[in-house]
Write a protein that binds this ligand. Structure first.
Ligand code: S3P
Length: 749
């Protein structure tokens, strides 16, 4: 008998599992072991299965039919239909005849459209008590003897509730799955069936087909004798239950046919490439596939699910005090990493990038270009090789380009894509969806682009292809490098000379990198201009460490007595060094050494030592030069003597969060007198206390408050630190290395 260890409070009253296959019996066993139900009832027509289930401790009570238990069931009881997909309708029919409408019903079938259609037909409408579900777990083994109590741990369960599914029923099903360790999410039914056709059903049919083809070859014994690891890995699932897969094939016919057609086209192209010796085609497909597999590897690996950013909220607890000492290199510059992918993709030839930032934002740009047919190798320890396709070689993506949290990706891409021959849609996460895009859509429209945005000029952006662009002379209404870069990138595709005039100097990485790719860009004071119709030549790019990431450790040293930190190979482009200028003005000792130019960008080692800080009035001309560094500079201001005043920084209100408000609120929570103003903030230096602050899903707010822990009187808890990975993967490790103590805690979302 498998051991029973009752550890939890029951979350359901009676759990009735119809069908004791692998999934049904594993759920019964997991629930029974953990005491999640007052009674676990197993229903199977075969008495031998019931005997086995009872003997193995999978169930408390065996029954041969639903009728035998139905009269006892009511609210709080849960019936799980765990039979093969095509048998689900028959079970639903029994449920409709025997169960009260108080009983919650769910199923575990791999196809959801057919379950819903059957339910609608049987009940005459979709019953509120029905909450369809699909655990993405299993193995090639089947039957009650394969039952595993931890089968669902850290695996996904997708629920596809319908519009009338009752709230309490949904909650009950969700709670049960969560209690057996699953990660539950909800999905639209149609999307579920399409996604599963591609990611689960198709691989099974490929495995069946491969094994069947090989098995029917004349000398099949010989073949299987030599079939090694690759064959074993690829065909493990061909040992799965034939009834289950027959049912899935028939129940999800449309979606499966559509992906089968696509893979057959791909096969026939590959066949002809092999036939004709088309090396380039084969290299392209294999490289693209390998890199896509590596890129998505984390989410494919079930163990990685434990760390999946979107499913769990990551909070930090920062222990007060600590030192700030060390000699470190922070990850690569985000702005340059984005641009290296964009320009490398539209250049002629192969561009090699080193020092690339493997953060979620720059990876979103990289994936977008892969989605447009560019072969990109890596990233592998910061090395990326881009096989450029030329200015007109991008291909129409088959789906919207998802840019996550990255405003830079969306704004720069909108310019680069406005002059293409194909339509494209740009989307992003919730934070990006709230950010203003009219600032780029307006000048692009002036150039002749056709772009639709959501109300209020927000994403998604739908860009129509095939429009001729005309050069413009654009006077930027705000100091924004993203807007400037967007217009210049569109200018590559426009007829004539496009120029931008900015109200204050902003980062000029686009201009410098374009020149590095051999494209001539003219800069004169606030004006930058280029003529369309040229071409970019592949180059090598060495991305220096990001001064915006370095800023966290600069402030760490600036606020902590006895500190001494050296930051290596940092980009010190004059349009980015506001943080150095401001900290120096506040009294910090900062030395630059090893100054050199790498690929047209100045870099240096930066040494920062503690000295007492004084509050200052931040000169407005420093605002665009330190734009991303203000959250942590506000922490420096909180530790300074006297008042620090910032004005002219309204742009901070439309970053990943409203950075003025996010910081003012957090500082006040920590006992600092901080008052936000329309375009800035006033901060009275004082003693940082302790408390819980919110990052508002903004990476830089989260990191700024982590640094504050060095001078706080008590513990600082920072809520929602997931997005730190957008710009600074490995932040906690480096922060720990220089002397901070941060504990990372996860919480269910
Ligand atoms: C960036 C420009 C800045 C900056 C952002 C990166 C760039 O944005 O805040 O993190 O790479 O061009 P704005 O152009 O909106 O100021």
């Amino acid at each position: 008998m498998l051991q029973t260890s009752q550890t939890a409070q029951p979350v359901v009253n009676r759990l009735v599992v119809i069908g004791l296959g692998l999934i049904g019996s594993s759920l019964a066993l997991a629930a029974r072991n953990a005491g999640l139900a007052t009674q676990v009832v197993g229903i199977s027509r075969r008495s031998s299965t019931l005997d086995l289930a009872l003997e193995m401790g999978v169930i408390d009570r065996p029954e041969q039919s639903l009728a035998a238990i139905a009269p006892e069931l009511g609210a709080g009881d849960l019936v799980v239909i765990g039979v093969p997909t095509l048998t689900v309708p028959a079970m639903l029919k029994e449920c409709s005849e025997l169960l009260s409408d108080q009983v919650t019903i769910t199923d575990v079938a791999s196809v959801k459209g057919s379950v819903m259609a059957a339910a609608e037909e049987i009940y005459g409408r979709l019953p509120p008590q029905l909450v369809p579900g699909h655990p993405i777990a299993g193995s090639e083994k089947s039957g009650v003897t394969a039952a595993k109590a931890d089968l669902f741990k850290d695996h996904r369960v997708i629920l596809t509730p319908h519009a009338d599914s009752g709230e309490s029923h949904v909650q009950l099903v969700e709670k049960l799955w969560q209690s057996v360790g699953a990660v539950v999410s909800c999905m639209d039914i149609r999307e579920h069936d399409e996604v599963l056709a591609a990611t689960s059903h198709l691989p099974h049919f490929l495995a069946y087909s491969l094994v069947d083809t090989l098995a029917s070859m004349r000398d099949n014994r010989e073949i299987f004798r030599y079939a090694a690891g690759g064959f074993r890995d690829f065909t493990r699932i061909a040992a799965s239950d034939p009834i289950m897969w027959r049912d899935i094939a028939l129940a999800n016919r449309q979606a499966i046919l559509s992906v089968l057609d696509q893979i057959m086209d791909n096969f026939s192209e590959m066949r002809s490439a092999i036939d004709t010796g088309d090396e380039t085609y084969l290299m392209d497909v294999f490289t693209r596939a390998r890199d896509a597999r590596n890129h998505f590897g984390n989410s494919i690996d079930p163990k990685a699910l434990q760390q999946t950013m979107s499913d769990k909220i990551i909070n930090y607890k920062v222990t007060p005090g600590g030192v700030a000492q060390g000699d470190i290199r922070v990850p690569g510059d985000k702005s340059m990493s984005h641009r290296s992918i964009m320009l490398g993709s539209i250049a002629e030839g192969m561009t090699e990038v080193t020092g690339f930032l493997e953060g979620e934002d720059s990876l979103a740009t990289l994936q977008a270009f892969r989605d447009m047919g560019v072969v990109i190798e890596g990233p592998d320890q910061g090395r990326v090789v881009i096989h450029g396709v030329g200015l007109h070689g991008l291909k129409a993506p088959t789906k919207p380009l998802y840019l996550g949290n990255s405003g830079t990706s969306m704004r720069l891409l909108s310019g680069l894509l406005a002059g293409q021959s194909f339509d494209v849609e740009l989307t992003g996460d919730q934070s990006l969806t709230g950010r203003p895009m009219a600032r780029v859509a307006d000048p692009l429209a002036e150039m002749g682009a056709v772009i639709e945005t959501a109300p209020g000029g927000r994403p998604p952006m739908r860009i129509k292809g095939g429009n001729k662009l005309n050069a413009i002379n654009y006077v930027l209404p705000m100091a924004s490098a993203q807007v400037k870069s967007c217009v210049l990138l569109a200018g590559l595709y426009a007829q004539g000379e496009t120029s931008t005039i900015e109200p204050a100097p902003t980062r000029d990485h686009s201009e410098r990198m374009l020149r590095g790719f051999g494209y001539s860009v003219f800069s004169d004071g606030s004006k930058a201009s280029l003529s369309g119709g040229g071409s970019l030549t592949a180059t090598r790019i060495d991305v220096p460490a990001d001064i915006s990431s370095a800023a966290f450790f600069m402030v760490a040293a600036a606020i902590t007595p006895g500190s001494d930190i050296t930051l290596r190979h940092v980009g010190v482009n004059p349009t980015r060094i506001g943080v150095i200028n401001i900290l120096r003005q506040m009294g910090t000792s900062i030395e630059l050494s090893n100054e050199k130019e790498v690929g047209g960008e100045p870099v240096a080692d930066i040494r920062i030592r503690y000295a007492e800080l004084n509050g200052i009035v931040i000169p407005e001309d420093q605002v665009p030069l330190a734009i991303d560094e203000f959250p942590v500079l506000f922490v420096a201001a909180a530790c300074a003597k006297g008042e620090t005043v910032l004005t002219g920084a309204e742009e901070l209100r439309v970053k990943e969060s409203d950075r003025i408000q996010s910081m003012a609120d957090g500082l006040v929570t920590l006992g600092i007198d901080a008052q936000s103003t329309a375009d800035g903030i006033r901060i009275q230096g004082g003693q940082l206390g302790s408390g819980t602050v919110h990052s508002h899903d903004d990476h830089r707010i989260a990191m700024a408050f982590a640094i504050a822990g060095l001078r706080s009187a008590g513990e600082i808890e920072i809520i929602e630190c997931n997005n730190i990975a957008t710009s600074f993967p490995g932040f906690v490790d480096l922060a720990t290395a220089i002397g901070l103590t941060i504990s990372v805690e996860t919480q269910e979302s």
